[in-house]
Design a protein around this ligand. Structure first.
Ligand SMILES: Nc1ncnc2c1ncn2[C@@H]1O[C@H](COP(=O)(O)OP(=O)(O)O)[C@@H](O)[C@H]1O
Ligand SMILES: [Mg+2]
Length: 526
């Protein structure tokens, strides 16, 4: 019998430069990206907070909602508090007047109106997570009082937080056994940084229900390049997170176990059952979905169609920040066009008509595996991500050879330069072909760039490719205007006036000279 070799024990490699991917739950710095080797990867792009903070996501999407109302209608109307409180009041007044008219016209009775609040707002800390600090308000004045109270409370806590942090810093500076005890003591009091800003959002009061419970989807999106064309993949599976109590809006809006679907929150409910309240997305989003509204109407939609709408939502959201991300990446001195990647978690919920709404984008989606489904999905997700990033030894060797070849050529011709956009596009397409042919079982689908002619029709009937091209162009213009690369017309109205006067003067002179040259026909008769 052949003697079996004992398994090789794991070795700890102490070489600080010998690694393939840096995976951290924190942001990156430009210096760090600049220091990475050709084949090393980092799990975040610079500037992704632009869509991962609820406030900046709102600001960016609002700007696009104004330009393209038909395309950016997947994000609930959002306001910043307190900056846009006046707009919230105006919106509330409009809705209240409309309700009064309905009662006057006999379309609704007073009793019905009392049961159904005119407006419903959901207030969220701008960079919160896991449902913390969220509340629902039915009256705008009550909302204001509650928000101001929260601000006051948070201000005190924020001061305390700053003091604790400063205490740790000073104690750490004089490190000796005595101060170590001091550090330990302060560390025990360490707390989370309290939120200081809120956003107010229209509450979707008629959600689609699963066996009577409200739910939302956790969708996973992988970005491997932010240089145009951005490269975006959508994972073929995800999680469905259900509220642990049945949905009944006529009861109360205070119960988080009815209205919020965060797992980290609902698992504390006595009725929570992980087998019922956390499901595999592919098990729910398949075949045909049916939703019944309170007035007895039934809505149906094919899961395929919903997937398609989610794809569009993801691309359109990322399109909004692409120019910023590209700029930050280029100025970070990263050596290669695809050193970074980002695995984002999109929260999407369906309303009673089965229309998907995007609620937020998570920069660091949880990889905790508390349940069997969690483990299966997240384990596969990471495996498939690493496949796309091409981190196997063979792939690394191949990539290293290509890069070294490119560098040698550049040295030979004395022309060390950055890849042109066209060359980059070619390389991206080449990589995609590799992924499509060498990783056939991979569960990520590339959703941008769409292959020419394969994009299909968007929900409004236009060619997807054309729409994306238009959005990309507008996004560039908006960004350039923002950073002052294109002058806004209203920046200096005098300049515009001066130009106009100069042009008029020039026109006058030319018409006079041509008049002299040609002679006046009438005078000819004289
Ligand atoms: N506009 C909305 N309408 C209805 N429900 C919402 C809305 N926004 C958020 N929710 C519910 O609240 C939960 C938490 O909101 P989210 O924006 O994801 O904040 P967090 O970062 O705390 O998870 C969502 O999972 C969803 O169940
Ligand atoms: Mg969330």
């Amino acid at each position: 019998m052949k003697k079996q070799n004992p398994p090789r024990p794991l070795r700890l490699d102490l070489d600080p430069n010998n690694w393939d991917i840096f995976w951290a739950d924190s942001g990156m710095t430009p210096e760090f990206l600049g220091s990475l080797g050709n084949t090393q990867r980092a799990n975040h792009f610079l500037g992704m907070y632009n869509i991962c903070r609820k406030s900046s996501l709102g600001v960016h999407l609002k700007r696009f909602q104004k330009e393209f109302p038909d395309h950016y209608n997947f994000f609930p109307q959002t306001w910043m508090y307190p900056a846009e409180f006046h707009d919230i009041q105006e919106y509330t007044k409009k809705k209240t007047d409309k309700r009064k008219e309905m009662i006057e016209d006999g379309k609704m009775t007073e009793a019905q109106s009392e049961k159904d609040p005119v407006v419903l707002y959901i207030c969220k800390p701008e960079s919160g997570s896991q449902g913390r600090g969220i509340f629902i308000a039915t009256k705008v004045e009550e909302m204001r009082v509650q928000l101001n109270r929260t601000y006051e409370r948070n201000r005190e806590r924020l001061n305390e937080y700053v003091k604790i942090e400063q205490g740790i810093d000073t104690a750490m500076q004089h490190s000796n056994p005595k101060t170590q005890i001091q550090v330990d003591n302060i560390m025990q009091r360490r707390m989370e940084r309290p939120e200081n800003q809120y956003i107010v959002q229209k509450y979707i009061k008629k959600p689609a229900l699963h066996q009577g419970h409200k739910y939302d989807f956790r969708i996973y999106v992988l970005i491997t390049s932010v240089i145009s064309p951005m490269t975006i993949f959508l994972y073929d599976d995800g999680l469905v997170r259900l509220a642990s109590q049945k949905y009944d809006p006529s009861k109360s809006f205070d119960d988080p176990y009815v209205h919020l679907t965060n797992y980290s929150l609902n698992r504390n409910c006595k009725d929570f059952d992980s087998a019922k309240h956390k499901l595999r997305l592919r098990d729910v989003l398949q075949g045909e979905l049916v939703s019944s509204s309170a007035n007895g109407r039934t809505y149906r939609k094919k899961a395929e169609q919903i997937w398609h709408e989610i794809e569009e939502i993801v691309v359109k959201t990322l399109m909004v920040v692409q120019p910023q991300l590209q700029h930050l990446y280029r100025t970070s001195q990263a050596k290669e066009p695809d050193i970074c990647c980002d695995l984002l978690g999109f929260d999407v919920m369906l309303d009673h008509k089965l229309k998907p709404w995007m609620l937020e984008v998570n920069h660091m989606p949880s990889f905790r595996a508390d349940t069997g489904i969690d483990y299966e999905i997240k384990h596969d997700l990471i495996k498939n991500t690493l496949q796309i990033l091409q981190l196997s030894i063979e792939q690394r060797k191949q990539l290293d050879m290509v890069i070294k070849g490119e560098q040698r050529l550049a040295m030979q011709y004395g022309n060390v330069r950055r890849m042109t956009v066209k060359e980059h596009c070619e390389r991206v397409r080449f990589d995609h072909n590799l992924i499509d042919s060498y990783i056939p079982g991979n569960k990520f689908k590339r959703i941008f760039p769409v292959d020419p002619g394969c994009g299909g029709l968007a929900t409004n009937g236009d060619e997807l490719e054309d729409i994306y091209a238009k959005l990309e162009k507008t996004s560039n213009t908006i960004w350039k205007k923002q950073v002052g690369m294109i002058q806004k017309k209203e920046v200096n109205p005098n300049l515009h006036e001066k130009k106009k006067k100069r042009k008029n003067k020039k026109n006058l002179l030319t018409s006079m000279t041509s008049h002299i040259k040609k002679g006046d026909p009438e005078k000819d008769h004289n």
